[in-house]
Design a protein. Structure first.
Length: 134
């Protein structure tokens, strides 16, 4: 793992959260997109070398909606940038980590992604991210 790629924050309303984080960070989101396969809308903010991803559910029964219902809005995951997501997935699996998907999938911000179960990381959901080179 090379660096923290971004910190993901679960929010109920992406527009309200965009307004709040724009004021807080003093900048507008540089990218917003919907990831239909995950039933989410995302917005990305950059402040210095750091990125924040706001994530809102697009459906009442989506993963993020269920997360917010159970735990409330707030920190959802920490994402790490990796060179080779498949190699990193194999390394972690070989070390006994439980992955939430067997194959990387396409995520927001032009990334291949995979999640590590929070029970393997002291309650923190970990996301692996690899830039898609097309």
């Amino acid at each position: 793992m090379r660096k923290i790629e971004h910190i993901g924050i679960a929010v109920k309303n992406i527009n309200e959260a965009n307004d709040l984080y724009s004021q807080l960070l003093g900048t507008e989101p540089y990218k917003s997109e919907t990831v239909a396969s995950e039933n989410v809308t995302t917005s990305f903010f950059r402040t210095g070398p750091n990125k924040i991803e706001l994530i809102a559910s697009t459906t009442p029964d989506g993963v993020i909606a269920k997360y917010i219902e159970k735990k409330g809005e707030g920190l959802h995951h920490i994402a790490f940038d990796v060179d080779d997501i498949r190699a990193e997935m194999k390394r972690l699996k070989d070390q006994g980590f439980r992955l939430l998907n067997d194959e990387p999938k396409r995520g927001a911000d032009n990334k291949l992604i995979c999640f590590v179960h929070p029970k393997n990381a002291h309650g923190v959901l970990i996301e692996l991210c690899q830039e898609i080179k097309e």
